[in-house]
Design a protein around this ligand. Structure first.
Ligand code: NZQ
Ligand code: ZN
Length: 403
C-alpha cells in the first residue's frame, strides 16, 4: 500500500425525513442562496421542504437560484456567483445531484474573483478552472441536499464544469469545497426517471473501477471495499430495475454511490481516470449523459489495457464475478469473460456499451482526440502512459462491442 493522508470532514445526515435537520445545520443568521437545477426540486416539493426547514429556526435570509443544467454550465454559474456578491451570501445550499452540487462548489470558489464593478471576472474564473481551481484560497461555506445517487460530489471536494462555447468539460478540486454537510434522504430518489437511476448506478460503478483497476499494491482494505461496492451495485442495480419502489434498495444505492467517490477506496492506491477523461469529451461534443459515456468507454479501456492491468483484471474476474481460472480457461479467456459480464450488466440496465449504441461512428474519433489534446489529457492512466495514440485505440475498439 502507498503512503497517504486521508481527510474527509463532510457530515452525512442519512435517512427519511432528514431535510428538517437543516434548521440545525445551517447557521441561524446565514444569508443563504439555495441553488437547484432545471425544475425537479420544485416539482417534487423538495424545494418547499428545504425552505420550510430553513425558516424553522433563526433569522436566515433566503435567496434562490434555479436553472443549473445537467453538466453545469460555466456561464450559468457565473450568474449565480454574481448573485452571491449582490446579496452578500455567506452560505450556499445545493439541492440536487452532481450537477447542482458541483456547480455550487464552483460558485463558492469563484465568487470572490471580482472586477472593479463588483461582477465576477469571467476570464479569472476561466483561468481558475483551467488550473483545476487548485490555487484558490477562499470559498463560501456550502451544504447539500442530495436528490440523485451517482457522483459522490456530496462527500468529496471535486466537480466538473461544462463550458459549451469553448467545447470544454473540465474537472476541478479544492479542499475548501468539501460540503459542511450533506443530507441523503433515499425517499427523494423515488421521483427519478429510470434512466437517471441507471445512470447513477453506472457512474458509481465506474468510479470504483477507476480507483481499483490498475495494478496490485496489496491494499486489502481498499480492494476489499471496492469489490464489495461493485457487488452491491450489480445486485442493487438489478433490484432497483425490478422493484423501483423498494426503499431498502434505494438506501443501499444511495450510500454505495457516496462511498464510491468519497476518497476512501482511492487512498494509498494507484488510480486511472482514463474512462472519465475520454467520457468528458463525449459529453462535451455529443451531449451524451455522463454515465453513458463511461459505459461506452470502460469495456474498451479494459480490453486495450489488459496486459498492464492483467493482475487486477484477474482479481476482478475472480472476486466480483466469481469466474474461476482453471485448466480449461486461460487468463486471457478469464479476463474477456469478466469484460463481457461487465458489458452485459450495463446492457441490462439499458446503458450503451459502444459508440454505435450512441449512434456515433468512426467520424467521431478525430474530434475527440483533438479535444483531449487541447485539454492536455495526453498522459492518462496509472502509469501516465496513455497518450493520444492509446486513447485513439480505445475509441477504435469502442466503435462496436465484439461481444
Ligand atoms: O435539473 P433537474 O430538473 O433537477 O433534473 C435532474 C437532471 O435532469 C434530474 N433529477 C435530479 N434529482 C431528481 C431528478 N429528477 C427527478 N427526481 C429527482 N429526485 O436528474 C438529472 C440529472 O441530474 P445531474 O445532477 O446532472 O446528475 P448526476 O448526479 O449524475 O450529476 C452528473 C454531473 O456530475 C459530474 C458529471 O460530470 C456531471 O456533470 N460528476 C461529478 C463528480 C464529482 N463531483 O465528484 C464525479 C463524477 O464522475 C461526475 O463527473
Ligand atoms: Zn463519474
Amino acid at each position: 500500500m502507498n503512503n497517504f493522508q486521508y481527510y474527509n470532514p463532510v457530515r452525512i445526515v442519512f435517512g427519511e425525513n432528514q431535510i428538517k435537520q437543516l434548521s440545525e445545520l445551517v447557521p441561524t443568521n446565514a444569508r443563504v442562496l439555495i441553488t437547484y437545477g432545471g425544475g425537479s426540486a420544485q416539482r417534487t416539493g423538495t424545494l418547499d421542504e428545504v425552505k420550510n426547514a430553513l425558516s424553522a429556526n433563526g433569522e436566515r435570509q433566503v435567496f434562490e437560484f434555479g436553472g443549473i443544467e445537467a453538466n453545469p454550465e460555466f456561464t450559468t454559474l457565473l450568474k449565480a456567483a454574481d448573485m452571491v456578491n449582490e446579496h452578500n451570501i455567506d452560505f450556499l445550499l445545493a439541492v440536487g445531484g452532481g450537477s447542482v452540487i458541483d456547480g455550487s462548489k464552483f460558485v463558492a470558489l469563484v465568487s470572490s474573483l471580482t472586477e472593479e464593478d463588483g461582477t465576477v471576472s469571467r476570464e479569472q474564473a476561466w483561468d481558475a478552472l483551467t488550473s483545476y481551481c487548485r490555487n484558490l484560497d477562499s470559498a463560501i461555506d456550502l451544504g447539500a441536499v442530495l436528490t440523485i445517487p451517482a457522483t459522490g460530489s456530496e462527500m468529496n471536494s471535486g466537480g466538473v464544469i461544462n463550458y459549451s462555447e469553448r467545447q470544454a468539460k473540465l474537472p476541478f478540486g479544492n479542499p475548501l469545497t468539501f460540503p459542511k454537510f450533506s443530507i441523503l434522504d433515499p425517499t427523494k430518489t423515488f421521483t427519478l426517471p429510470e434512466r437517471q437511476v441507471m445512470n447513477g448506478v453506472a457512474d458509481a460503478f465506474v468510479h470504483v473501477m477507476e480507483q481499483y483497476l490498475t495494478y496490485p499494491v496489496n491494499a486489502k482494505v481498499q480492494d476489499g471495499f471496492a469489490e464489495s461496492l461493485l457487488k452491491i451495485l450489480i445486485e442493487e442495480g438489478a433490484a432497483v430495475k425490478a422493484d423501483p419502489e423498494n426503499l431498502e434498495t434505494r438506501k443501499n444505492l444511495m450510500w454505495t454511490a457516496t462511498m464510491a467517490l468519497n476518497g476512501l477506496i482511492g487512498t494509498g492506491v494507484p488510480q486511472d481516470w482514463t474512462t472519465h477523461m475520454i467520457g468528458h469529451e463525449l459529453t462535451s461534443l455529443h451531449a451524451i449523459d455522463h454515465a453513458r459515456t463511461l459505459t461506452i468507454v470502460l469495456p474498451s479501456v479494459m480490453r486495450e489495457l489488459k496486459d498492464s492491468k492483467k493482475d487486477k483484471l484477474l482479481q476482478y474476474a475472480h472476486n466480483v464475478w466469481n469466474i474461476s481460472s482453471d485448466a480449461a480457461q486461460d487468463d486471457e479467456a478469464t479476463i474477456e469473460a469478466a469484460i463481457v459480464h461487465t458489458e452485459n450488466f450495463f446492457r441490462e440496465l439499458g446503458l450503451p456499451v459502444s459508440l454505435a449504441d450512441a449512434d456515433l461512428d468512426q467520424s467521431a474519433i478525430d474530434p475527440i482526440i483533438k479535444q483531449l489534446e487541447v485539454h492536455k489529457m495526453v498522459k492518462l492512466g496509472e502509469h501516465g502512459n496513455n497518450d493520444l495514440a492509446v486513447s485513439r485505440r480505445i475509441l477504435e475498439r469502442a466503435l462496436t462491442s465484439p461481444a
